[in-house]
Design a protein around this ligand. Structure first.
Ligand code: MOS
Length: 692
């Protein structure tokens, strides 16, 4: 069992320590990092989806005043390692998807670089491309594993026999579209290549991860790559690993005689080059007894991957542990297409993978004549169905019941389409939420007593989540001192190694390292340390993660209004109740929950990247046409949490909170829309035309 911290700083509503720097505009983001004599890079992108470059005419581009050079596959420096196809930038004449980087203009200003990039003339030998995902393609393949290392398939009991024997069965297909991450700060990199090696000021979720990847690509010792990211304006997974633009900036920095190269991707480039949530096609099958007891759970997911590099979203994984049913079969199949490379987007796996099953639970509840909360209560598994391990903490039912109480669920009419107010059909819906505790090994923290304060050093990042504040609170508790006695340093590979901010694992991983370092410091130097004393420690292994099933849970509630004449859909009210272990800072935690729920609302109502099969690109690649929930869409969104500490997760007793807020939110909205209208929407987003 983990020894829990029990002191005072955690749980207090501390304002963001980086708040003042951010609101006064003095927090340096990557692109703003002051450098001497910068140059500016603008990428050249392919205008075909597949084929070969046969000729490049750069003369018009080179003639633009201020242009220093144009780099293409013909003259780009060679990379040391091209085994990761995403990083093999400008190394061959081959085009693998539309919008791929095929060149770069470097100029004295960003404007001249951009203009010149439009003048680079490229000739191609175009090959036919294949970009259409469907569940009946005959070339769907079985990947060796899916994202995060999960098994592709899982089979327990006898699904077919259980379905055949079930009193009530459901067999439906649900889809989620391609969605793109749109953090406020675009992906930006400043690259400097000189005798010291490569320095990158990069907007990233993990400085050490970028160092490792770029050291490999450029054939440098890791110590010769420095990456700094003190402030990051959001990522959601799209900055969880370096994408091709970081390589492009590094290549460019090799041909500017040591001058820094600044690159800021445009919003449109972000719809190609930094990953996206793959579309999913989810066949969900449930078999149940007449009283709603599940006997069979089937989930077969088809997703899209890129021919250039595989990424298979683990969308069927949550169905393996969510509800009790002795017979379960889940599978993933993928289509390798001539498209940009999919990647992480807030709660990969759980977010799309809870949509189909949670709408299906609503449908099953109706088929069984049960309240949808009661159906879920009846299917609570005693142990984790997938591993057989006991739950560390499983409080889904508490979340559902607390949410029902707060939301006014008891007054709900079980029948759909019974409430109408001023021409609006009104309904409510519920869905479950879940997210695993993830832990990444390897983070190291160092603590030094300097000028009367504790300098706490770890290469963690704050992507807007509150790391600056929460890690300072954890350090204060672990050292038994006020937060004001902590001086945290994060966001730089000059600091001790830290794992990436991803999988909601940041605070668990870094916090455990900070606590270990604090304990080592106190052991070595006592409570009244001398100036200059220091200690460091690596995050210890936590054997409990093998013995217990560690997952967070939540209940999402939504009220939906659909206009009876126009189909316009509004969501005036959302409530999320979460069981996530201990809350380290209620202010920043609430921000994560309501941010996740808002992103879930956005997924429910708007987000959908539309691919034109003729050209193979996303046509709605800007904020005019890719709609994201705006202030006017957001009604009363409230998030609350259960008072709890997880005895097995980490010394703080916390589990991650960055992703669970989005999980289940779209299903709650779709279920509420059904309750309002009697129209079942199984394909996101839930748009007005569905109700006409
Ligand atoms: Mo998150 S998609 O794990 O950065």
């Amino acid at each position: 069992m983990t020894e829990l911290l029990t002191t005072h700083a955690m749980g207090t509503d501390l304002e963001r320590l980086d708040g003042r720097a951010k609101v006064t505009g003095t927090a340096p983001y990557a692109f703003e990092h002051p450098v001497d004599n910068p140059t500016y890079l603008h990428p050249v992108q392919s205008t075909i989806a597949r084929g070969r470059i046969t000729a490049v005419d750069t003369s018009a581009a080179e003639a633009v005043p201020g242009v220093l050079t144009v780099v293409t596959h013909l003259n780009a420096p060679r990379l040391a390692d091209t085994s990761d196809a995403e990083y093999a930038v400008l190394q061959s004449d081959e085009v693998s998807f539309r919008g791929q980087f095929i060149g770069a203009v470097i100029a004295e200003t960003a404007e001249s670089a951009r203009h010149a990039a439009s003048l680079v003339h490229v000739s191609y030998d175009e090959a036919p491309h294949d970009v259409k995902l469907s569940a009946d393609r005959d070339d769907l393949y079985t990947p060796e594993q899916v994202n995060a290392g999960f098994p592709t398939d899982s089979d327990t009991g006898d699904l077919d026999a259980a379905l055949a024997a079930a009193s009530i069965t459901l067999d439906q297909t649900y889809t989620t579209p391609t969605e793109h991450n749109n953090p406020m700060e675009p992906h930006t990199t400043v690259a400097i290549w000189n005798d010291d090696g490569l320095t990158l000021y990069d907007s990233t979720q993990g400085v050490h991860a970028v160092r490792k990847a770029m050291a490999t690509v450029f054939g440098l010792e890791p110590e010769r790559v420095r990456v700094a990211a003190p402030y990051v304006g959001g990522g959601f997974g799209s900055k969880g690993l370096a994408h091709a633009h970081v390589v492009l900036a590094g290549l460019a920095a090799q041909v500017t005689d040591g001058r820094p190269v600044k690159l800021a991707l445009t919003r449109q480039q972000m719809f190609v080059m930094v990953g996206y949530r793959t579309p999913t096609i989810q066949r969900v099958r449930y078999g149940a007894e007449a009283d709603g007891t599940l006997t069979a759970i089937g989930m077969d997911v088809v997703v899209q991957s890129a021919k250039l590099k595989e990424f298979v979203e683990q969308a069927a994984v949550p169905a393996r542990m969510m509800y009790a049913a002795p017979n379960r079969r889940t599978s993933h199949r993928a289509a390798a297409l001539d498209v940009a490379i999919p990647s992480w987007m807030r709660a990969p796996g759980e977010c799309p993978g809870m949509f189909g099953p949670e709408v299906a639970m609503d449908e099953l509840a109706i088929a069984c004549g049960l309240d949808p909360i009661e159906l879920r209560v009846r299917n609570e598994p005693e142990n984790d169905p997938e591993t057989g391990n006991p739950w560390s903490v499983r409080r889904l039912v508490d979340c559902l019941q607390e949410g029902a109480r707060r939301f006014g669920w008891a007054d709900r009419d079980p029948e759909p389409r019974v409430r109408q107010e001023d021409g609006w059909l009104v309904g409510t819906g519920v869905a479950s939420s879940t997210y695993p505790l993830n832990v990444m090994p390897g983070s190291v923290a160092a603590i030094a007593f300097e000028r009367g304060r504790y300098a706490v050093r770890i290469g963690a990042v704050d992507i807007g989540t509150g790391t600056w504040t929460a890690l300072s609170q954890i350090a204060a508790d672990a050292l038994g001192c006020p937060v004001g006695s902590i001086r945290l340093e994060i966001g730089d590979t000059d600091l001790p190694m830290a794992t990436v901010e991803g999988g909601s694992a940041g605070i668990t991983s870094w916090g455990s390292a900070v606590v270990a370092a604090a304990r080592a410091f106190r052991d070595e130097h006592g409570a009244e340390p001398a100036e200059g004393t220091q200690a460091q420690a690596e995050m210890p292994e936590n054997p409990d993660t093998e013995k217990f099933a560690l997952h967070s849970f939540g209940a999402q509630f939504a009220e939906v209004r659909v206009h009876a004449d126009t189909g316009e859909i509004r969501v005036p009210r959302m409530l999320g109740v979460f069981s996530v272990g201990r809350i380290i800072n209620p202010r920043t935690a609430r921000s994560q929950f309501i941010g996740g729920m808002t992103m879930g609302l956005s997924m429910a109502l708007h987000e959908q990247s539309v691919l034109d099969p003729r050209f193979g690109h996303i046509v709605n690649h800007d904020f005019a046409e890719y709609h994201i929930a705006a202030n006017a869409d957001v009604g009363d969104i409230e998030a609350v949490w259960l008072d709890e500490q997880d005895p097995h997760s980490n010394p703080m007793g916390s589990r991650g909170i960055g992703e669970i807020g989005i999980v289940g939110a779209a299903a709650a909205v779709a279920n509420a829309a059904y309750h309002a209208t009697g129209v079942r929407v199984r394909d996101l987003p839930v748009t007005a035309d569905r109700f006409l």
